[in-house]
Write a protein that binds this ligand. Structure first.
Ligand code: QUE
Length: 354
């Protein structure tokens, strides 16, 4: 019996195609997938017959639900080096996509969270479909919004990035376009046709970027009004501070239904994750991309050495009781010194780009 590969690479003439192929696991990224994709991207970058790359997820449910954090969780319990290698190689791949010299078109239909955002948001085109559900939900598992969250979240309009990072809010199609997480909307039934059109339109041209822009524009649809626009004023006002305590106080003082809902969500999130996330986004706003990834790798290793990641994965993916017991349990117990310690350089173990 032949085993189905976790990731597929194909060519359609001038177009190179990546298919994340673990549909039963919502196409969550394994280290094996990352290790296959990194050298393929490098080869396609320097192959003159490749004009653009398309990445998509197998099946209807998900583009990519995240990283295979359950395997990382197991590795942490077993003392396995996957707790280092996974983040190191995932962040290198995120950077490869960020600097990729050709159009990189991600078809982000279905669930696109965490690691799935990391292999799409840094590309030139992120095409939403009808089932798009985009989020950075890491504070729910004692992690922080990684895979370049330090880079893209502080660069979203107003305070949307901090709000998304702290609450893990799920954006549907119109909201994903409104925020800029998606660059365009194309109806899901047309995604296959878009791929075929890109493959044929890229044959005739020397201007790949112009050709992809023009072809995508032909398919570009109207996602309708973004529900998030109705809450934009509240987001910018209630999440105006970089201090979690101020945000919680503002939400309590507001007392409206939307503010109450946000408060309830934040009350379930890891206090350590929330404070680290706020600091991460402050720092990321003024850092270049590579420095963001170096910072995030430090944070990942602090998370691996701590408590809440293991408890978060237990509560959400293993036991599924959705009742994590965070340590520290309250924001007040998370000191500035504790937050600062997550950002310390790792010396020889640091992720750097030569
Ligand atoms: C928060 C997260 C993740 C999550 C759930 C959260 C995450 C992630 C997964 C996930 C989902 C399906 C899988 C899988 C992992 O769930 O990052 O292997 O099959 O990858 O609340 O950050």
């Amino acid at each position: 019996m032949s085993e189905e590969p976790e990731i597929l690479f194909e060519r359609k003439g001038p177009l190179a195609l990546v298919t994340l192929n673990r549909p039963k696991a919502l196409n969550a990224l394994t280290l094996g997938m990352i290790r296959a994709m990194q050298p393929q991207m490098a080869a396609w970058a320097s192959d003159e017959t490749v004009k653009a790359v398309v990445v998509r997820g197998a099946g209807e449910k998900a583009f990519c639900a995240g990283g295979d954090v359950r395997a990382v969780w197991q590795a942490g319990k077993d003392g396995d080096r996957l707790t280092r290698d996974f983040f190191y190689e995932e962040y290198r791949l995120n950077r490869t996509i960020h600097v990729f010299p050709k159009p990189y078109v991600a078809l982000i239909d279905g669930i696109v969270m965490g690691g799935g955002i990391g292999v799409s948001v840094h590309g030139s085109h992120r095409i939403a479909g009808d089932r798009t559900l985009a989020a950075m939900p890491e504070t729910a598992i004692g992690l922080f919004p990684d895979v370049g969250g330090s880079w893209f979240l502080p660069r979203l309009p107003g305070r949307i990035g901090l709000w998304m990072a702290l609450t893990g809010a799920r954006l549907k199609t119109a909201d994903s376009v409104y925020t800029g997480v998606a660059s365009e909307y194309v109806p899901s039934v047309q995604h296959e046709d878009l791929v075929e059109a890109l493959a044929s339109d890229l044959v005739k041209t020397d201007d790949a970027r112009g050709a992809v822009d023009a072809t995508v524009a032909e398919f570009d649809g109207d996602p309708g009004p973004a529900p998030l626009a109705e809450h934009r004023e509240e987001i910018d006002r209630l999440f105006a501070s970089d201090r979690i305590a101020d945000i919680l106080a503002a939400l309590e003082a507001d007392g409206g239904d939307w503010a109450k809902a946000q408060l309830e969500i934040l009350n379930g999130r890891s206090p350590t994750s929330m404070k680290v996330t706020a600091e991460q986004l402050i720092r990321g706003k003024d850092l270049d991309f590579d420095s963001c990834m170096t910072m995030e790798y430090r944070l990942s290793q602090a998370a691996m050495a701590g408590h809440d990641f293991y408890e978060g994965i237990r509560a959400v993916l293993v036991d599924k009781d959705h009742a994590p017991k965070w340590q520290p349990a309250t924001l007040a117990e998370v000191t500035d010194e504790m937050v600062e310690s997550w950002f310390r350089p790792l010396g020889e173990r640091d992720l750097t780009f030569g």
